[in-house]
Write a protein that binds this ligand. Structure first.
Ligand code: IVH
Length: 669
């Protein structure tokens, strides 16, 4: 096959697999196979820039070139919908439509109201040419490059699907709950400010100047409104079903109904079921289905008369603020917490809500005894969204100020440049910081000492048994078996599981130390690179910065950690207790650099190991898997039936061909 055809075929196949995976949720091939094809295409495109195509699936990985957003006008203004909050208002809408249409029969399309940010996509000749945010409704930001990285948005429509030549389609860009939670977990680990809800996260992501950030954040999109002069039929519902066949992701949670009762049924059903959806929704949208009837009903200055939004009950409550307390975390960050009269909110009793940080607290202007509004929207932790200032009276207490000293140890708080939080700097003697570090050390993904929990850590700390993580290994059964040895069995279990943690792999030990900014991924990279604690302790800033994924913040933090005598002492004590301080021989052999810097093509059918196993071996030995043979290929690992074209090419370029046996010999220890 000609290279050009090969590239085109790969692009077509990858787009189809993209569609199967991201739109239909029904992948046909494994992720590894997909990645392999993608790499093959990337290699071919790199070798043949003459066949460049801005719509290639490889573009979906984004670029880290900074971009400025250009403001562009909307062809049709992006209006908003009138909101309703109860069924009576829905009935009023239904009645207005009926009179407006002078008794003519009509249908209503019921849809979910997705809680993300709205986007307008323009397609010309089946190609995505522009993606624009809502902006002020008249003009918005051109975010085409970023939107191209969202896998469920088609860059090219399905050929022969019967889409109009020019049209616009609008919808909502969303961050699924799972991506949102993962993103916040990562940010927490890196101690970056968290996103309050998926909408803010999606919006922050889409406005990123760096499209590779957008690509990494896993956004989703549902489309719900077609515009243009050649939209196929009169029915909105039917048009959206057609748009699904063109390649768009159209919600299944959609129903065409006639009566008010059916509308209520839809609302009641989805008010409960929506909690199972992968993305955030905040209501229902009702649209008159016929476009002819839509035109007859027309618009007010702000919104269409043919549609409304019904907003689900905001999960908000009003209660009294009793006190503000300040919590000190493992890193010393101080978080203000509102303590309130208990109130029922979204099915649970709420007593505490976060106030985030000093700035948020100051903005609320809280006084003790204030009546406050608490919300639990997309957020996981309830938060205070406002104060009922009208309800203030003589009994209202004093204004709440942020504290200046640590409530736990009395140290004066500090604020680091560019950070919203105040910190207690007394990391070696402030109890919650010590206990927090121990809790981190024993956690499942660190040393996995699962017989201990926060309560036991607290108890042992209070009894003076532990002051740091190394003390854990000195605990004896007699110290913790309770009065008259009543807890003998659990005490033995605890001592045993602490001892067993010395088997935990080195990379998790690095993570368990709790070096600031060193999350699981960074810990893994450090462990694999330096291979031992001694080497890591001795690392220079330059050496650290050489490692993929380690930037200045992490590198400086590692240096700071090991510069501190008490940390080095702690590591030495852990070493004495038998905690792993280096990669095990198996890990070392599994991660050699025997193939470092080599690009290897795997081709053909194998008998001793599978293709994927060979690819893993290549990576574990520091090599790189590439899809096609070029002058840069170091060697080809060939099984049976390697294609003649590949053989010939390797021969022409003088690239060595290794059999399975030869390859295995090469990576042998
Ligand atoms: S239709 C002219 N359908 O809600 C009507 N909007 O206040 C065009 N939204 O800005 C909008 N889900 O971002 C429509 N199924 C849905 C929707 C939806 C969410 C958002 C959209 C719009 C806002 C309306």
């Amino acid at each position: 096959m000609e290279v050009k055809e090969q590239i085109e075929q790969l692009r077509k196949d990858l787009e189809r697999h993209n569609y199967n995976y991201y739109v239909l949720n029904a992948p046909e091939i494994s992720d590894q196979e997909f990645d392999r094809m993608m790499r093959e295409l990337q290699d071919l495109e790199a070798a043949h820039p003459e066949y460049d195509d801005p719509d290639s699936p490889t573009r979906r990985v984004g670029s880290d070139l900074n971009q400025e957003f250009v403001q562009v006008p909307h062809r049709y203004p992006m209006l908003s919908l009138a909101n309703t909050y109860n069924k009576q208002e829905v009935a009023d809408f239904y009645e207005r439509v009926r009179t407006g249409l002078e008794g003519e029969p009509f249908e209503i399309c019921c849809e979910m109201k997705y809680d993300g940010l709205s986007i307008s996509l323009t397609y010309e000749g089946g190609r995505l040419v522009r993606a624009v945010t809502r902006g002020d409704g008249v003009q918005g930001d051109d975010v085409t490059e970023n939107v191209k990285t969202i896998r469920c948005i088609p860059l090219r429509l399905r050929p022969g699907a019967g889409y109009p030549q020019d049209f616009e389609i609008r919808g909502e860009i969303l961050m699924p709950w799972t991506s949102f939670e993962a993103l916040n977990r990562e940010r927490e680990e890196r101690e970056e400010p968290l996103f309050a809800n998926p909408r803010n996260a999606a919006s922050g992501t889409l406005k990123s100047k760096n499209s590779s950030v957008v690509a990494s954040r896993k956004l989703d999109a549902y489309l719900y409104y077609l515009l243009g002069d050649e939209i196929p039929g009169d029915g909105h519902y039917e048009n959206l079903q057609a748009a699904r066949t063109w390649g768009f992701k159209i919600s299944e949670a959609m129903r065409k109904v006639k009566t008010l009762e059916e509308i209520y049924d839809f609302i009641d059903y989805w008010d409960v079921e929506r909690k199972k959806l992968p993305v955030a929704t905040d209501g229902i949208v009702l649209k008159v289905n016929s476009q002819r009837q839509q035109r007859a009903l027309g618009y007010t200055a702000k919104s269409p008369r043919w549609a409304i939004a019904y907003k689900f009950q905001a999960e908000r409550a009003r209660t009294r603020l009793e006190a503000v307390t300040f919590q000190v975390g493992r890193t010393g960050a101080v978080t203000p917490v509102a303590n309130m009269e208990p109130v029922l909110l979204a099915g649970t009793v709420v007593r505490r809500a976060t106030l985030h940080n000093a700035d948020v607290m100051a903005q609320l202007d809280l006084h003790i005894g204030d009546m406050v509004y608490v919300e639990k929207g997309g957020e996981i932790i309830p938060k205070i969204v406002g104060v009922d200032k009208e309800a203030r009276g003589p009994q209202t207490g004093a204004k709440v100020d942020f504290i200046t000293h640590c409530p736990e140890c009395g140290a004066e708080l500090v604020r680091y440049e560019g950070e919203a939080a105040w910190y207690c700097p007394n990391d070696t003697a402030c109890p919650p910081q010590i206990k927090g570090r121990i809790e981190h050390f024993i956690s499942r993904r660190a040393m996995n000492i699962d017989s201990l929990g926060p309560e036991t850590v607290d108890e042992y700390y209070r009894r003076g048994l532990i002051r740091n993580v190394a003390d854990l290994y000195d605990i004896r059964v007699e110290q913790i078996n309770g009065d008259d040895g009543a807890r003998e069995k659990s005490a033995r279990k605890i001592v045993r599981s602490i001892a067993a943690s010395t088997e935990v792999p080195f990379e998790r030990v690095v993570f368990a130390l709790g070096i600031r900014f060193v999350g699981e991924i960074a810990a893994k990279a450090l462990a694999r690179h330096f291979k031992s604690m001694d080497a890591l302790e001795a690392a220079t800033l330059d050496e650290l910065l050489q490692i993929n994924g380690i930037g200045m913040v992490i590198a400086e933090s590692v240096i700071r950690y090991f510069r501190d005598d008490s940390n080095r002492e702690l590591v030495d004590r852990l070493r004495e207790k038998g905690v792993r301080m280096e990669l095990s021989p198996e890990e070392l052999s599994a991660h050699s650099d025997k193939l470092a810097g080599q690009s290897i093509v795997v081709s053909g059918v194998f008998s001793l190991h599978s293709r994927d196993e060979y690819k893993a071996m290549i990576e574990q030995n520091g090599g790189k898997n590439v899809g096609s043979i070029s002058s840069k290929t170091s060697f080809v690992l060939a099984g049976a039936n390697m294609g003649p074209a590949k053989l010939e090419k390797a021969g022409k370029l003088g690239i060595p061909i290794l059999s399975e046996e030869e390859f295995l010999k090469r990576i042998e220890i």
